[in-house]
Design a protein around this ligand. Structure first.
Ligand SMILES: Nc1ncnc2c1ncn2[C@@H]1O[C@H](COP(=O)(O)OP(=O)(O)O)[C@@H](O)[C@H]1O
Ligand SMILES: [Mg+2]
Length: 256
């Protein structure tokens, strides 16, 4: 039987030695399918992008500011030729991998550890519902969240936004759909007051660098507003205290 492009791509990931088998599909979206895979040390995720046909191509210029393309590539982008669309997908895959790798090096930031990129696929840590679990962590939008937890979870995510920004990364599509909410590992000597859950930020292909991208300021404000609005519905006392504006001032004055 002739294999589909997806099967061929996933075979490349296996051949490259990152995973031994694909065990299931976690989610299939418009631009990417997220597969669950078995790796040498446990479960992993393989996110496979397909050649872009729509949505993101139109917004490409906003997010791709500051990147240098050759003439032929720029023209193909504009005309949305087959080559152009493949190239567009290519830049998103490369951007997600590069951003996750950079953030991973910083250590301690709540993002999946990235292992490799093979063609259209990015291989990364599987965020399980609980440490060592086989089920995926729910997205913030789907997770049951008590109003009493809203402030803590909001603060944890704002800390993540600060940590990213200090490394010159603005997520640029942050929302309750791109935050996973696994149960936290109990720290040694952890008590009742230790956080029960640890939000993890995912989905980085559109992330921008404020040093290169003029839209970064608005994108940062939008990220903060999306998350804050979500938690404010649960607890009206939740506030971001103008976090985006304060971070931007620090950036402009060279402190970040
Ligand atoms: N590392 C991961 N661990 C567990 N689940 C994941 C992981 N990455 C993605 N997912 C699941 O797949 C879904 C889609 O992934 P995402 O990166 O947001 O891509 P997109 O929104 O472009 O389809 C997520 O909402 C989440 O449920
Ligand atoms: Mg997403």
């Amino acid at each position: 039987m002739v294999e589909s492009d997806a099967e061929l791509d996933l075979r490349d990931v296996i051949r490259a030695g990152h995973v031994s088998a694909i065990v299931g599909e976690l989610k299939s979206g418009k631009e990417a399918t997220v597969h669950l895979a078995r790796g040498p040390e446990g479960l992993l995720v393989v996110k496979r992008y397909r050649p872009f046909t729509g949505r993101r191509v139109h917004t490409d210029p906003i997010y791709r500011q500051g990147q240098v393309f050759r003439d032929r590539e720029a023209r193909a982008f504009e005309r949305r030729t087959r080559f152009g669309r493949r190239l567009a997908a290519e830049t998103w895959i490369a951007a997600e991998f590069a951003t996750l790798r950079r953030l991973g090096r910083a250590r301690g930031l709540p993002v999946p550890r990235v292992l490799a990129r093979v063609g259209a696929c990015v291989v990364m840590e599987f965020i399980a519902d609980e440490p060592g679990g086989e089920g995926p962590a729910p997205r913030l939008i789907d997770a049951p969240v008590q109003s009493s937890e809203a402030r803590t979870l909001h603060a944890q995510i704002m800390l993540a936004v600060i940590g990213l920004f200090e490394r010159h990364v603005v997520h640029a599509d942050l929302s309750p759909y791109n935050v996973l909410l696994p149960a936290a590992a109990l720290p040694p000597g952890g008590s009742e007051s230790s956080p029960r859950r640890r939000p993890i930020l995912i989905d980085f292909p559109q992330a921008v660098d404020p040093r290169k991208n003029l839209a970064a300021r608005d994108l940062l404000a939008h990220d903060v507003a999306q998350i804050t609005a979500f938690f404010r519905r649960l607890d009206p006392a939740v506030s971001d205290n103008d976090l985006a504006a304060r971070l931007w001032r620090r950036f402009e004055s060279g402190l970040i």
